[in-house]
Design a protein around this ligand. Structure first.
Ligand SMILES: *Cc1c(COP(=O)(O)O)cnc(C)c1O
Length: 244
């Protein structure tokens, strides 16, 4: 029991620290903390660790591989059916995993190419309601294909592709700051893309930006959704970082 209590209090403490960081960043930016959705990124973590956070009041969970996510969603749904989490798909999505993602995700953050729009639209047709999606931008001057994201020059055409299909709802934009780069600069650019997107898609108000290391910069730039793994769960094994 002592061990269980200890790990429970650690999760609670980490969550309290992350919430305090979000509140401080919002206060500094003149924003309300209720404007920010905290997504707990559970990749590489067992279902029990995710469940622990859901019991502490977290409502949104992010996963970056369809296989790991589907297994975790099923496990939590069978053990704790009362915990109705919203699942976010935040990783690079293969076309052949579109069906799986459309089945469990309430939002896919990583639309970055037209072929994925077609595959996900077809998969989302089997859902009761359209699937919320974000366009992932790669704002690194030195793009890394492993991180994903559409180049700024191809952004408008990709937005048109999503607006042209029936079963996807364009809800906003997402980015991952380049490692070692100027995160704030990337997030400011992301918000510019968000503002121009909203001129043609008024409901595309989501700005998904900021992780454990840079959530303050993201909130100050205008993020509505922060994706936090390490600061909530502790360090992961590196092997799970870039699997698909
Ligand atoms: C892993 C991951 C995160 C969380 O990163 P941390 O640094 O652990 O907070 C956020 N977004 C994406 C796309 C990720 O792959």
């Amino acid at each position: 029991m002592a061990v269980l209590n200890e790990s429970r209090s650690t999760a609670a403490e980490r969550l309290a620290q992350v919430r305090a960081r979000i509140e401080a960043a919002c206060a500094a930016a003149g924003r309300g903390a209720e404007e920010i959705t905290l997504i707990a990124v559970g990749k590489g973590m067992p279902a029990e660790r995710v469940t622990e956070l859901l019991l502490l009041g977290v409502t949104d969970v992010g996963e970056n591989t369809a296989q790991e996510a589907a297994a975790k969603v099923a496990e939590i749904a069978s053990r704790r059916p009362e915990l109705a989490a919203r699942w976010h798909f935040i990783g690079q999505l293969q076309r052949n995993k579109a069906g799986s993602a459309a089945a469990f995700a309430s939002m896919v953050h990583s639309i970055d190419r037209p072929a994925l729009v077609t595959a996900l639209d077809r998969a989302a047709a089997r859902r009761e309601r359209p699937l919320d999606v974000l366009l992932q931008l790669d704002l690194d001057p030195d793009p890394d294909p492993a991180r994903g994201g559409v180049a700024p020059g191809d952004f408008a055409a990709l937005a048109d592709a999503v607006l042209g299909v029936e079963h996807l709802l364009l809800r906003g934009v997402m980015t991952v700051a380049p490692p070692g780069g100027d995160a704030r600069r990337s997030f400011d650019r992301l918000v510019e893309f968000s503002e121009s997107l909203q001129l043609i898609a008024p409901s595309a108000t989501v700005v998904s930006a900021g992780m454990s290391a840079d959530l303050e910069a993201a909130i100050s730039a205008g993020a509505t959704h922060v994706r936090v793994g390490t600061a909530l769960f502790g360090a992961r094994k590196l092997a799970s970082e870039h699997r698909t």
